[in-house]
Design a protein around this ligand. Structure first.
Ligand SMILES: C[S@@+](CC[C@H](N)C(=O)[O-])C[C@H]1O[C@@H](n2cnc3c(N)ncnc32)[C@H](O)[C@@H]1O
Length: 310
């Protein structure tokens, strides 16, 4: 999508859904959206229970009735588990709304992580400022598996362990190496800071890798994706998904993608995953993602803004 088209869509979105004028209006909108999302989640759960009842799947019914919170795995990841880093040094480059969006995406990542059988350590570097204040309100200190460090990634971690994920890298991520720490830039910049993370990683002499999105998908939009999508893809791969499966599970249908030839099966599977039941390993995070991406967009960005924000 060209810049002018994106601006036009952005304007259109603002006309249909104008930005709140005041904090109160913003909070009211947020509460309203939460209510709608809660209603949808309830409906979805009722549908899932009905399907499980039809199939006579007692275990599933019990699990669904226990509720999402208790189904989540609240134990910390294993000692030698994969580490995924969040480089939080970009606050000065973002508006308040963008910092809020980063906070929500990190929160979503924490929830996604709990949905997977194999969880990773979430390592926050350059952690501080407004992002820290926001995550403190969300009680991040009690989140198992989240480790915060005020130092920059190249001081906080062994440089030889770090692989910075950047869309501009010449290297392609083919598989997950558990001994590495995969770094994600915790930034929402609506593409203002093109190539910034790649430049920082190169200057710090750490390895970089891009996700092979264009190799697997026909995209109508750019291949810079959001923090939580990147996180989900890494987690899917870590949990044994193929690259096609991982991309299909993490990329929202509204991005307008299609799988390339050998990925068609997975694209179809994704449609099924999002509509009804599928493998829990792939499904859990996708569902969570869709529900939470909507909630993440409330204070940060609309669907279109969010797309533009990556
Ligand atoms: C919204 S993007 C930020 C884009 C930013 N302009 C930059 O310089 O990277 C957030 C982060 O997701 C990761 N990311 C996004 N798309 C990616 C891709 N196609 N391959 C690898 N990493 C990607 C990068 O770590 C990036 O910093």
């Amino acid at each position: 999508m060209r810049g002018s088209q994106r601006d036009f869509i952005h304007q259109l979105v603002l006309i249909i859904n104008p930005l709140p004028q005041s904090r109160d209006e913003y909070e009211a909108k947020r509460r309203e959206k939460r209510k709608v999302n809660k209603g949808r989640a309830k409906e979805r759960l009722a549908n899932e229970i009905a399907l499980a009842e039809e199939a006579g799947d007692e275990d599933k019914i019990k699990e669904l009735r226990m509720g999402k919170r208790r189904r989540r795995n609240r134990k910390p990841p294993e000692q030698g588990a994969l580490r995924v880093g969040f480089d939080c040094q970009f606050e000065h480059l973002m508006s308040e709304r963008e910092v809020i969006s980063v906070g929500r995406q990190v929160q979503c990542c924490y929830h996604h992580n709990q949905e997977f059988q194999k969880q990773c350590w979430m390592m926050l570097s350059s952690f501080g400022g407004d992002l820290q204040n926001r995550l403190e309100k969300a009680n991040y200190k009690h989140w198992p598996g989240v480790v915060a460090n005020p130092n920059r990634f190249d001081q906080a971690f062994k440089k030889e362990d770090v692989v910075y994920l950047t869309a501009e890298s010449e290297n392609t991520l083919e598989e997950i190496d558990q001994s590495k720490l995969y770094m994600i830039g915790a930034i929402v910049d609506r593409n203002r800071e093109k190539g910034l993370c790649h430049q920082l990683a190169t200057d710090a002499s750490v390895q970089t890798a891009r996700l092979p999105i264009s190799e697997h998908m026909e995209m109508s939009t750019r291949v810079v994706i959001t923090i939580d999508q990147v996180f989900q893809i890494v987690l899917q791969l870590y949990n044994g998904a193929t690259m096609t499966e991982a991309l299909a599970a993490a990329m929202p249908v509204r991005k307008g993608w299609e799988m390339k030839e050998d990925g068609e099966e997975a694209a179809q599977k994704e449609t099924v995953d999002q509509d009804s039941a599928a493998e829990p390993k792939l499904k859990g995070a996708t569902e969570q993602h869709n529900a939470e991406q909507d909630s993440a967009s409330q204070g940060g960005a609309t669907a279109e803004e969010k797309e533009a924000s990556s």
